[in-house]
Design a binder for this molecule. Structure first.
Ligand SMILES: O=C(O)CCC(=O)C(=O)O
Ligand SMILES: [Fe+2]
Length: 352
């Protein structure tokens, strides 16, 4: 293994160890009661304050030059004054409360990897003026008002969210996708279902399913809520080489994406009913995403990263059937909720 790999491994282990320490604080901090946002802000405030003297000493040699590498471990070590430990404890408390409420806090891709704290600390800071300057609402454009040139110039890689109405015209998915479509598709491709269970990502949110197989083994009455049972909502990545091309024959890459932009080979499907949605989180997926509303109605709440709160407003976008949302889920904290009515089905993907 090369030195860089070894350092990365060391960093990863340090982050893992420190994250585990944060998690240990949960139990003693259950009475904290801050919201996740307040706790996150408290933590960020701590981390952006000047470092303690011993830290400066620790990191500099006699000539005043930096002696050690500024690893996540040293960064976290320097952040952990008693006051900051309190903030971390409050953060831990809010996580415990969220978990106690049944929110699936650690079932998102990024959070599962490194934990909430490490994700926030490790992400690169956003460039706030490009992200949201002068933006009080998510801009809404009709598909025929948006040329690929305009999309490239203003939205594609700036992190500015955009809602495009009617951007899915001609997609067979709008008529054909429903619970039974996916159920038959997966039950008839057992290899794809097996792969989804073992290798792809699956989020049950607060639905209680343990796998996509669980979802597709529901009765139609349960699936359509006709049995009077609780609402459900799930998301999964269609990482099957066998199924992805079949699914993609029902929808296309949005026409306004730059012609030479590379699409992820992974697509995501989100499906479920009113009253459900994704809890607030930040992804760690590297690239911006599009998400198309195939049926039903879903609202996205977007919160800027803490360093942009002076410049950016919290935003909201409500997608109806046929709309596409462009959002950089690595930069905007996001949560969703599903409106009453038809089953909500969305398809999404990253683009480069
Ligand atoms: O559609 C949703 O409910 C959540 C989607 C999401 O978190 C994402 O695409 O990053
Ligand atoms: Fe997300």
């Amino acid at each position: 293994m090369g030195t860089t790999d070894e350092n990365n491994l060391q960093d990863a282990r340090s982050v893992e160890a420190l994250t585990a320490k944060f998690l240990e604080l949960y139990q003693s901090a259950v009475d904290g009661g801050l919201t996740p946002r307040e706790a996150r802000d408290a933590l960020m405030q701590c981390l952006s304050k000047p470092r303690r003297r011993p830290c400066k000493k620790h990191l500099r040699d006699g000539s005043g030059h930096r002696a050690g590498r500024w690893t996540w471990a040293t960064r976290l070590y320097c952040a952990l004054t008693p006051a900051r430990l309190c903030a971390v404890a409050a953060l831990a408390a809010s996580i415990v409360l969220a978990v106690a409420k049944g929110d699936s806090l650690f079932s998102e891709p990024c959070l599962m990897d490194m934990g909430l704290v490490a994700t926030e600390i490790s992400r690169p800071p956003s460039h706030c003026p490009s992200l949201c300057a002068d933006m009080e609402q998510v801009p809404v454009l009709a598909c025929d008002q948006l040329s690929p040139q305009e999309f490239l110039r203003t939205f594609a890689y700036t992190g500015r969210p955009l809602l495009v109405r009617g951007a899915t015209s001609g997609w067979k998915a709008l008529a054909d996708f429903n619970f039974t479509f996916f159920q038959l598709m997966y039950l008839n491709h057992s290899e794809a279902l097996r792969k989804t269970v073992q290798e792809c990502q699956f989020f049950s949110y607060s639905s209680g399913f343990t796998s996509l197989a669980d979802v597709f083994n529901m009765t139609e009455e349960r699936a359509t809520l006709k049995d009077g049972g609780p609402s459900w909502y799930v998301g999964w990545s269609s990482c099957s080489d066998e199924l992805t091309p079949i699914l993609r024959s029902y929808y296309q890459r949005p026409a306004f994406l730059p012609a030479n932009s590379e699409s992820s080979t992974l697509d995501w499907v989100f499906m479920g009913w009113a009253g459900q949605g994704s809890h607030i989180h930040l992804d760690k997926v590297q690239r911006p995403s599009w998400q198309a509303q195939i049926s039903g109605m879903k609202t996205w709440d977007l919160l800027p990263p803490p360093e942009c709160e002076e410049v950016c407003h919290p935003l909201q976008a409500t997608l109806q059937k046929g709309d596409i949302l462009i959002v950089d889920t690595n930069q905007w904290y996001h949560s969703t909720y599903i409106h009453p009515g038809e089953i909500c089905i969305s398809i999404g993907s990253e683009y480069d």
